[in-house]
Design a protein around this ligand. Structure first.
Ligand code: ATP
Ligand code: MG
Length: 445
């Protein structure tokens, strides 16, 4: 794979100034895998003050300079150049309290988390791979650099980074590394919510997320304790051949890589524990679990400092994931009003993932057929330009006031009532008909 011209230029400028410099980390890994690197990070024996001098003519990003990182603008992007360093004394188990600059590349590579992330590469000097990263890429496995327990005790976020990488690359986790992830999992409670949420979201969106999640429920429990009672919880149903946790992990595998849908798939039955009742035939029912699940999702994602829009959407999807799907165009328009087009398609994707993760019984097949019909009706309604939002009405607030509504809250009430009538097919979405209806409603509401 070709080296980006900007990277070659930066390496060259550093070498011209008498220093050595390498591409390092994720870009080396991705290059060896034949993937296009998301970004190129460089490392060098030049110190931050040298970097500021060498690149004085360019815009610099200096927010990471304390840790030895200088961002250099080149070719429309920003490249991070980091001085060789080690990290000592991890007091809060996340932020190394001291950064020690070092002179040798190998020492810098040794501080990195996984062998596949601990390689450096140079256009003329080739690959530096002191920890067997290339062999692990071939063997498709995630392995810590050095003693896994020590590395996770230094920084527990690495546990989630390792799971995330396995999910993104579809790699397995080497035995000792996996055992150390389990042994050190309780340290995850010390990591900031934002970082946990970021890594979990990337994990969930990885192509192999379903498989990785299926194998790591116990590791995630300190981050999401609500999962604990789902692990091993029997469903007592011929439609299920997995426990509740296993079913949710499987649903992730069948969901599109949209973070809202993946999060919803992973938590969709989190409300089941505590709701199980068995009927006379011994079949399990989980009454009220959707509402309980939606509330738990709200709690979990709030605790993880997820964005408000994500919290709202994922809990809505979980609340609605099991509701009977409307079969008529009118019913579909009502759902469009509640969910909008994006939300409705996310709900359909979640439902499909959920059903596909079930055992393949006639009841499940029938539910899939209902889902197909629902999606088809929704597509037809959207293609026909069906009205399901206030701004799609053929009249606006001013029109409604002219028709007799008192300016103020009544305008909203009339518009909403008009939208209900259009959605229910009582009035066509046409100006004259709507104005007539508005005049009638204005006296009524
Ligand atoms: P991505 O493609 O997601 O950017 P990446 O490997 O580049 O993957 P970054 O988070 O950008 O991941 O980190 C860059 C490099 O820094 C990693 O490849 C790894 O060598 C090192 N690194 C990052 N975080 C840690 C950590 N917590 N502990 C040790 N090394 C780390
Ligand atoms: Mg990176």
């Amino acid at each position: 794979m070709k080296w980006p011209r900007e990277v070659l230029t930066l390496l060259n400028e550093l070498e011209q100034a008498g220093f050595e410099a390498w591409a390092v980390g994720g870009c080396v890994r991705d290059r060896l895998l034949g993937r296009t690197p998301a970004d190129w990070d460089l490392c060098t024996n030049a110190r931050p003050e040298d970097l500021r001098r060498i690149f004085a003519g360019r815009p610099l990003v200096l927010t990471g300079v304390k840790h030895g990182t200088v961002g250099v603008a080149a070719g429309g992007g920003v490249y991070e150049i980091t001085t060789y360093r080690t990290e000592k004394d991890y007091r809060d188990r996340r932020h190394p309290s001291q950064v020690h600059f070092v002179d040798r590349l190998e020492e810098d590579l040794a501080r990195r988390d996984f062998t596949v992330n601990a390689m450096a590469c140079h256009p003329r000097r080739g690959l530096r791979d002191p920890f067997g990263g290339r062999a692990d890429l071939r063997g498709q496995q995630i392995r810590c650099v050095g003693d896994a327990k020590t590395r996770f005790s230094e920084d527990a976020l690495r546990i989630l980074r390792g799971l995330r990488l396995a999910a993104q690359l579809d790699f397995s986790i080497e035995d000792e590394t996996l055992a150390a992830m389990t042994a050190c999992r309780s340290l995850l409670t010390r990591i900031s919510a934002e970082r946990l949420y970021g890594e979990l979201t990337r994990l969930l969106c990885g192509p192999a997320a379903g498989r990785v999640l299926a194998g790591c429920g116990d590791i995630l429990v300190p981050v999401i304790p609500e999962l604990a009672p789902c692990i091993g919880l029997e469903q007592h149903s011929i439609h299920h051949d997995r426990d509740v946790y296993g079913h949710m992990a499987a649903a992730v595998a069948f969901a599109p890589a949209d973070p809202n849908v993946r999060w919803a798939a992973f938590l969709h039955d989190v409300g089941k524990p505590g709701c199980l009742s068995l009927d006379a035939e011994g079949a399990g029912h989980f009454y009220g679990h959707n509402e309980r699940g939606a509330q738990l999702v709200q709690k979990i994602l709030t605790r993880l400092h997820a964005p408000k829009s994500r919290i709202a959407r994922v809990s809505q999807l979980v609340r609605m994931h099991d509701m009977a799907l409307p079969a008529t165009p009118q019913g579909v328009r009502r759902w469009l009003r509640r969910l909008d087009e994006t939300g409705l398609m996310q709900l359909a994707a979640l439902r499909r993932a959920d059903l596909t993760a079930h055992a393949c019984t006639p009841w499940v097949k029938q539910r899939l057929a209902q889902l197909d019909a629902f999606v088809e009706t929704a597509r037809a309604q959207l293609a026909a330009g069906a009205c399901y939002r206030l701004d799609m009405l053929a009249v606006n607030g001013r029109d409604v006031i002219e028709a007799g509504a008192v300016p103020g809250p009544e305008v909203g009430r009339v518009l909403n009532a008009l939208l209900d009538s259009v959605i229910d097919g009582e009035v066509p979405n046409e100006r004259d008909a709507l104005l007539q209806r508005a005049a009638y409603l204005a006296h009524l509401l």
